[in-house]
Design a binder for this molecule. Structure first.
Ligand code: HEC
Ligand code: HEC
Length: 286
């Protein structure tokens, strides 16, 4: 979920605002951001914008740890099972006293205490398998949603640079396509930034990914239409040929023009002035 801090003029400074006025679905929070910003980008006037995608020039949102809104209407949230029930189970320290564990780790490491208090009729191995069953399927669909989103950014890029005859409704089609990318990526992010890989709410999460895929695919379709179907062939093929190899990119590399020339997407990034690195992995150098 994207938590933003209210402007000082609106009340107490640094007050975290939760986007839950409309409800807890990704659609609800997506709608919430429509009038919470000040961007003047055509088609997105007044929207809240976290960052603009360099390649497709789409105003984007960023989700941050949406565990709460994922859990709340899932099998456990709906039944009133709290975060602490699973994540801070009681652990006996001296054989007598029960204290709450304050180590927030994976409940799969403490299945006895975390799950069997309620699922006493089940074997730990069975419960773990159920979690992994959900996580595997969620992960697979997450990767597909991600690929569809990348292809959509590429479609918008191609359509926005297309110099042939454009569709009569070009501007409107491009706004719709960007809106669908923004939405598709928000839905993807609501799962990607959620740390249970689907377990907190299996059905909702898979539905969210299905919608993400649908929005991104529709964005591709509209961009192709905007360019009068001329860019279709360029969007075929392996996604890895479209997106730059992310592991071969860094702030240091962005200081090199040769690096920025090495992939069609990197051409959209500004060349950074030479600077010594501040970090080496986790270590601060200066
Ligand atoms: C029914 C038990 C249960 C409830 C209730 C629950 N979780 Fe989880 N949570 C899990 C399981 C299982 C995982 C997956 C752990 C793994 O992949 O190893 C997980 C993963 C996480 C993670 C990733 C941490 C890690 O070590 O893997 C976070 C963060 C988290 N949950 C937060 C929350 C929050 C916040 C709530 C309440 C809004 C909540 N959980 C409710 C069972 C639960
Ligand atoms: C405080 C009680 C409680 C705790 C703790 C709890 N559960 Fe549940 N669990 C429930 C309830 C209630 C349901 C809903 C179905 C039902 O009524 O049996 C449920 C349903 C489930 C289901 C079937 C629904 C689904 O999501 O696929 C699984 C699997 C499950 N729990 C696994 C776990 C695991 C794994 C843990 C520990 C990480 C855990 N539960 C901890 C009460 C609990």
């Amino acid at each position: 979920m994207e938590y933003y801090f209210q402007d000082k003029t609106l009340g107490p400074a640094a007050k975290v605002t939760f986007p839950w006025d409309n409800g807890f679905t990704p659609e609800d929070s997506y709608e919430y951001y429509k009038d919470k910003g000040s961007t003047a980008v055509p088609g997105f006037e007044g929207n809240f914008v976290d960052w603009t995608h360099a390649v497709s020039k789409t105003p984007m949102l960023k989700a941050q740890h949406p565990e709460f809104e994922t859990w709340i209407d899932g099998p456990h949230g709906a039944a009133g099972v709290t975060c602490a029930d699973c994540h801070m189970p009681y652990i006996r320290v001296d054989g007598k006293k029960k204290i709450s564990s304050h180590h927030w780790t994976s409940p799969l490491k403490t299945i006895e205490q975390s799950c069997l208090q309620c699922h006493a009729d089940k074997q730990p191995e069975y419960l773990k398998e159920r979690v992994l069953f959900t996580q595997k399927r969620t992960w697979e669909q997450l990767l597909i949603a991600q690929e569809n989103s990348v292809r959509a950014h590429e479609a918008i890029r191609l359509a926005s640079e297309y110099e042939g005859e454009r569709h009569p409704d070009y501007d409107s089609l491009m706004i719709q396509a960007r809106e669908l990318i923004r939405k598709g990526q928000w839905f993807w992010d609501m799962v990607s930034a959620e740390n249970s890989v689907g377990f907190h709410n299996p059905v909702k999460v898979v539905e969210t990914l299905a919608r993400s895929q649908q929005y991104s695919n529709e964005a591709v379709r509209l961009a192709i239409q905007a360019a009068n179907y001329a860019i279709g062939p360029e969007l075929e093929g392996d996604i890895k040929d479209i997106v730059p190899p992310i592991m071969e990119h860094s702030r240091k590399l962005q200081q090199s023009q040769a690096h920025l020339d090495s992939h069609k997407w990197l051409r959209y990034l500004p060349l950074l002035p030479p600077a010594e690195p501040l970090w080496d992995g986790q270590e601060k150098l200066r």
